[in-house]
Design a protein around this ligand. Structure first.
Ligand code: PBG
Length: 328
């Protein structure tokens, strides 16, 4: 007698049409935020050895990349400045200079390609002589004084025209302080994408090369970034940041923390983003360059993993390649 199998999962896998029909998640260029590194100069590009394919670009070239983002259908880009070491101080004053590199780049982009959303990084590390995200006094990262500095920084970025502020510093109370200041100063519509669940991770190594913070950093960031062993705390941090006025939240790094992405999306239903960080990018590139994995295929699979985990979007250095593939 022939055996009858009621549920055959292979039935809906038989053809591309059937597979497409039952596909649960869809990835689009509109899911992407493209992080880029800005440097001084004109028509200047400097490769970042630990991030093959990524370069630091002068403001004129960043504007060109913003145009490329628009043409690819990528809605937002995210700026990280490579700050001249001579401008790094104990007090991090360059962070809120209206004419610092990040603010100049923001103005230039909003001038040339206003339809692309500009996200900026709110943290003191590019401007800090010791590479920390907050102000250091006698070896301690002081919370409340750092928040005051971060608020000044956020206001300068909003004034320059940033659409999305990305506080990545992990100081307590910064979202509430920024939100109050933005409301008071006439920037009611500036959005905040909080790096809410940001772990003290070794996956940030190549990024610190890219922004020139590797040499500067003394010690580690464990007194403010999260312990990779913690998951419940991530939910409390997200709840806190949403309560203080964040519009969107982020989990960072991305792929090693997909469980956190899913938990955050399920618990709050808020716009949730993952940051596929520099070390994740570097690992895929390194294995791809060795011929050990199919770079494009692994890249696209990693994107789909974020969507499956509940993310609304992904910050990734692969953004232009992913968008180009999706656009055919
Ligand atoms: C620092 C900041 C970091 C990243 C984004 N903002 C590094 C850090 O916390 O040391 C990492 C991004 C990446 O690795 O791609 N404010």
């Amino acid at each position: 007698m022939t055996q009858h199998i009621a549920t055959r999962f292979r039935r809906t896998k038989r053809t591309p049409a059937l597979r497409a029909l039952v596909q649960e998640r869809v990835l689009a260029p509109s899911d992407l935020i493209w992080p880029m590194f800005v440097t001084d100069g004109d028509a200047t590009r400097t490769p970042i050895p630990s991030m093959p394919g990524v370069e630091r670009l002068s403001v004129d070239l960043i504007v060109e990349q913003a145009r490329a983002a628009r043409d690819l259908g990528i809605p937002a880009i995210c700026l990280f400045p490579y700050t001249d070491p001579a401008l790094k101080t104990q007090g991090c004053e360059e962070a809120w200079s209206p004419d610092n590199l990040s603010n100049r780049a923001t103005r230039a982009i909003k001038d040339a390609v206003p339809e692309v959303a500009v996200m900026t990084d709110v943290a003191l590390d590019p401007y800090n002589i010791n590479g920390h995200d907050g102000i250091v006094r006698d070896g301690v990262i002081v919370n409340d004084e750092s928040v005051e500095a971060l608020v000044k920084m956020a206001l300068a970025q909003a004034e320059a025209g940033a659409d999305i502020l990305g506080p990545s510093d992990m100081m307590d109370g910064r979202i509430g302080a920024m939100r109050t200041a933005l409301e008071d100063e006439g920037y009611q519509d500036t959005t905040i994408l909080s790096y809410a669940a940001k772990y003290a991770s070794a996956f940030y190594g190549p990024f610190r090369d890219a922004v020139g913070a590797s040499g500067a950093l003394t010690g580690d960031k464990k007194t403010y970034q999260m312990n990779p062993a913690n998951a419940d705390e991530a939910l409390r941090l997200v709840a806190r940041d949403l309560d203080e006025g964040a519009d969107m939240v982020m989990v960072k790094p991305g792929q090693p923390y997909l469980d956190i992405c899913r938990a955050v999306k399920d618990a709050f239903g808020a716009p949730t983003f993952a940051y596929q960080v520099s070390g994740e990018y570097a690992m895929i590139m390194a294995a791809g360059q060795q011929g050990w994995v199919d770079e494009d295929a692994v890249m696209m699979e990693s994107m789909m993993a974020f969507k499956r985990a509940g993310c609304d979007g992904v910050l990734t250095y692969f953004a232009p390649r992913v968008a180009a593939l999706l656009n055919g």
